[in-house]
Design a protein around this ligand. Structure first.
Ligand code: FAD
Length: 274
């Protein structure tokens, strides 16, 4: 009987629909929202011995290199009483298990005797859907494509977009005195794009510049050793805003590393052209 109930198609009359149904969103399909390119993220939850867990008490690890991902990064993130070990890729989806193995190997000593308790794999959107709104239907979270490049962060943006969309509906309805229309939902999209477009754009550029090869990733790691860069990164994560360089001196950091990156490429090209 329960199964029958699930299969029953029922009609529900509503004022507006917020599609928060993830990467394979039915709501997106129903409004012809179009597809997005996606990455595959693969993650194993591993319970490790208590003495090993101490190492991850105040630490998350990111691994970079062609072995763990040719275009993203591998990670070990502590999750309360276990760690999540994973990796992602857009360009080499068929190799995801091999990349995962390499990530696990990188952390080998630290997760020794660990027991895999759950395996997760999922598509992660690479950009916004071509359409996020039609009439009184709007998409939020991964259904809309709100995952940042470079970090792959989506939880905050899913929650925030849901809230922003709901607020636009409440405001547009004038406390339920009028029926909302597309323009009310468009207010949510406009506010969203205005607030977060720079964040998405900057992280997109960073990913393209720094995740494309091993030398580029080396330069990225080196750049991250700079305290100022660390502060900027931390603030950007915390406040969900890309930072602006404080003074002209700070441009040097960016310039220096761009130059270094180009230098590495030149050096590499020369080596190959001999
Ligand atoms: C391996 C991995 C690691 C990640 N790590 C991080 C991280 O460390 N930090 C971070 O910020 N983000 C991370 N992300 C991304 C993050 O998980 C997502 O961006 C976020 O969960 C998106 O939230 P959402 O609510 O839009 O979609 P989802 O979390 O996918 O939720 C959608 C919900 O809709 C439900 N649903 C779908 N279809 C229907 C239907 N027809 N009827 C009813 N319900 C339906 C689903 O069951 C689900 O509960 C990771 C993703 C993966 C795959």
């Amino acid at each position: 009987m329960g199964r029958l109930a699930v299969q029953d198609r029922k009609t529900l009359e509503v004022d507006a629909v917020i599609g928060a149904d993830g990467a394979n969103s039915c709501v997106a399909k129903s409004i012809g929202a179009g597809d997005y390119d996606y990455a595959i993220a693969f993650q194993e939850r591993i319970r490790i011995p208590d003495d090993k867990m101490v190492y991850y008490e105040n630490l998350a690890e990111r691994y970079v290199g062609d072995d763990v991902s040719p275009d993203f990064y591998g990670w070990v993130f502590p999750k309360c009483d276990h760690v999540a070990v994973g990796t992602g890729t857009v360009t080499h989806k068929g190799d995801i298990k091999k990349l995962q193995l390499a990530t696990r190997n990188r952390a080998k000593d630290k997760i020794l005797e660990g027991k895999i308790i759950r395996v997760e794999a999922h598509p992660i959107p690479e950009h916004l859907r071509p359409r996020r709104l039609l009439d009184r239907v709007a998409l939020v979270g991964e259904a809309a494509g709100y995952v940042t490049k470079c970090s792959g962060e989506g939880i905050y943006f899913a929650a925030k977009s849901g809230r922003m969309c709901a607020e636009a509906i409440v405001e547009g309805s004038e406390n339920w005195k009028r029926m909302v229309d597309e323009s009310d939902l468009r207010n949510y999209l406009e506010k969203w794009d205005k607030t977060y477009w720079p964040t998405y754009k900057v992280l997109d550029v960073l990913q393209k510049v720094f995740y494309r090869s091993n030398p580029a990733r080396e330069a990225f790691v080196e750049m991250c050793a700079d305290e100022y860069v660390q502060k900027m990164t931390f603030d950007s994560y915390l406040y969900k805003r890309v930072g602006t360089w404080e003074s002209s001196g700070r441009f040097e950091v960016g310039f220096q590393y761009h130059w270094k990156l180009d230098g590495m490429h030149l050096e590499r090209r020369n080596r190959f052209s001999v």
